[in-house]
Structure formats: C-alpha cells, structure tokens
Design a protein around this ligand. Structure first.
Ligand code: NAD
Length: 270
C-alpha cells in the first residue's frame, strides 16, 4: 500500500461513515474494490468463501482506521446469505454500498457437453448469488438509500470470447438485466443500481475454471493478433476497476442508475 494512503482520517472523504458490503472480497476485483472503498472512508463487510484470503485485506483496512469484518459465505446459499448480510448490517449499523461481485467462470464446455449441474453452478453463483446479495441488502438500505454495483462482464452481451462460454455469458447477461430492473424497482428507495462490464482483468479467476472440455478444434475467430489490446498496457488491473466501483458507489454518480458501464480499454471494439 502507498504510504500516503495509510491512516487516512475518514472525515471529508466521499464514503466517510458509510458501510460497504463486498462479495468475492478475497481476490481480484473484489479485493481491490474493498480496499479502495475503505480508502474512500467506508467500513467494509467482506464476504467470500475462503477465510484466509481476506485476512490481509481486513488487516489493511483496519490499518487505515476503518472497520472490516469477514463473513465466510457461499453467495448462492439463501439461508447463509440472509444470515451473513443481516449480521453485517447489525454489526455496522447501516448498509450504504453493496458490490455484488463474487463470480466464477465455471465449466467452459460446448453446449452438448455442458451438464445441467455445471450450468446450475455457474448461474447459481453468478446470477442467483447477485439476486441473493441484493435481496438481502435492500431491507437494510431502503431507509437511507444507497448504491449497488453488480459485476457483469463484456461477455454479457458484447464480446464473443470463444465456444464453451454459454453458461457464463448467460449469467453475465442476466446480471445486467437484473441490475436494470432492480434500478427501476429500487429507485423509490433512492437506491441506485448499476452493472459494470469488465474486459480482461488480471485476477485469479482462471484458477478454478474447468476448461478441459473447451474443444481445441474450434478456433476463436480473432481479427487482430492474439494477445493484442488497444491500450499499450494490455488487460486491465483490478485497481482500475476499483476506481469505477468507487465512482459508482459515491454521490459523484448520483444521476447514474440502471446502466451498464464497460471497462475494457476498448477491447470489445476491435
Ligand atoms: P477472482 O477469482 O480473483 O475473485 C473472485 C472471488 O469470488 C474469489 O475470492 C472467490 O473465492 C469468490 N467466490 C467465488 N465463488 C463464490 C461463492 N460461491 N461465494 C462467495 N464468494 C465466491 O476473480 P475476479 O476476476 O476478481 O472476478 C470478480 C468478478 O469479476 C466475477 O463476477 C467475474 O465474473 C467478473 N469478471 C472478471 C473478469 C476478469 O477478466 N478477471 C472479466 C469480466 C468480469
């Protein structure tokens, strides 16, 4: 962490005194965003599957003088999600920002090889998990209003990234549709809801991806040299996505709701 970012008093910061809940906070985009929201003054509830991965995030946030608490929960589990979000709201006294971000690539296989179980796993974590995060947060947000950000993907509707992505793409498109309907439905509570659609970001998401059935013989048609990217630095960094999450979380985006924002360095325009 940069020295000048350590021990920043929250007063005057955009999220001073606010509580943010982040799912998938132990790694990649969720982790970088949890830290950025804390730098902006928020106390942060960290939800993830893997306890130990968030320990240093908790420590770093506490080092900034904010509060942080880890909740070990599978976002697709309705009972445990209800319990975790309620416990977080009770512990922090409010819920102002929600970042529904946890997600997996799941099994990447052609449709005829994709099992219903694999389909359900991907849709369960990415789409049902988003629904459960928002559903359980709303009761704690509706009195004061707030901001919800959902991590979709360029794969949601813009980019063809290869055969075997049907479940992932369906889940990501579903997240955008869900965010738009939620924005309309929750506007009466002054809750804004937006989806972000990252392009390739350097994270750990490939680690647990089953791509053994992604058939080699089907080549991904690319119009530009493999690995090329419009921006010189290539795929993005989680911290660059975190900057967008902070913007959408703060009042700087007070008239932005029900939209999807691409953060892909023009990757999808190639
Ligand atoms: P990551 O694997 O680095 O982080 C994802 C986190 O989610 C992990 O900490 C993981 O433990 C957690 N998680 C997974 N399943 C969970 C579950 N059932 N319950 C609770 N937590 C769970 O990946 P990332 O790239 O930071 O992914 C974050 C989001 O960004 C995902 O929704 C992903 O689809 C999306 N995304 C990523 C990219 C990319 O290129 N990395 C591009 C577009 C969209």
């Amino acid at each position: 962490m940069d020295e000048e970012k350590r021990d920043m008093p929250a007063v005057g910061l955009p999220l001073a005194g606010k509580t943010a809940l982040v799912t998938g906070a132990g790694s990649g985009i969720g982790r970088a965003s949890a830290l950025e929201l804390a730098r902006a003054g928020a106390n942060v509830c960290l939800l993830d599957l893997i306890g130990e991965r968030t320990e240093d995030v908790e420590e770093e946030i506490r080092g900034m003088g904010r509060e942080a608490e880890f909740y070990d929960v599978d976002v697709s589990d309705p009972v445990r999600m209800e319990r975790a979000v309620r416990a977080a709201a009770e512990r922090f006294g409010s819920m102002d920002v929600v970042f529904a971000n946890a997600g997996i690539n799941g099994t990447l296989a052609p449709i005829e090889d994709l099992t219903p179980e694999s389909w359900d796993e991907t849709l369960g974590i990415n789409l049902r998990g988003t629904f459960l995060t928002v559903k359980n947060a709303v009761p704690h947000m509706k009195e004061k209003g707030g901001s919800i950000v959902v991590t979709s993907s360029i794969n949601g509707n813009r980019k063809f990234s290869g055969f075997g992505m049907s479940a992932y793409s369906a889940s990501k498109a579903g997240q955008v549709a869900f965010a738009k309907m939620a924005a309309l439905e929750l506007a009466r509570y002054r809750i804004r809801v937006n989806a972000i659609c990252p392009g390739g970001i350097r994270t750990n998401i490939g680690e647990n991806t089953d791509s053994t059935k992604q058939v080699e013989k089907i080549r991904i048609p690319v119009e530009y040299p493999e690995g090329a990217h419009p921006l010189e630095h290539g795929p993005g960094r989680p911290e660059q996505v975190a900057d967008l999450v902070l913007f959408l979380a703060s009042d700087r985006s007070s008239h932005i709701t029900g939209t999807e924002i691409y953060i892909d360095g023009a990757e999808t325009l190639l």
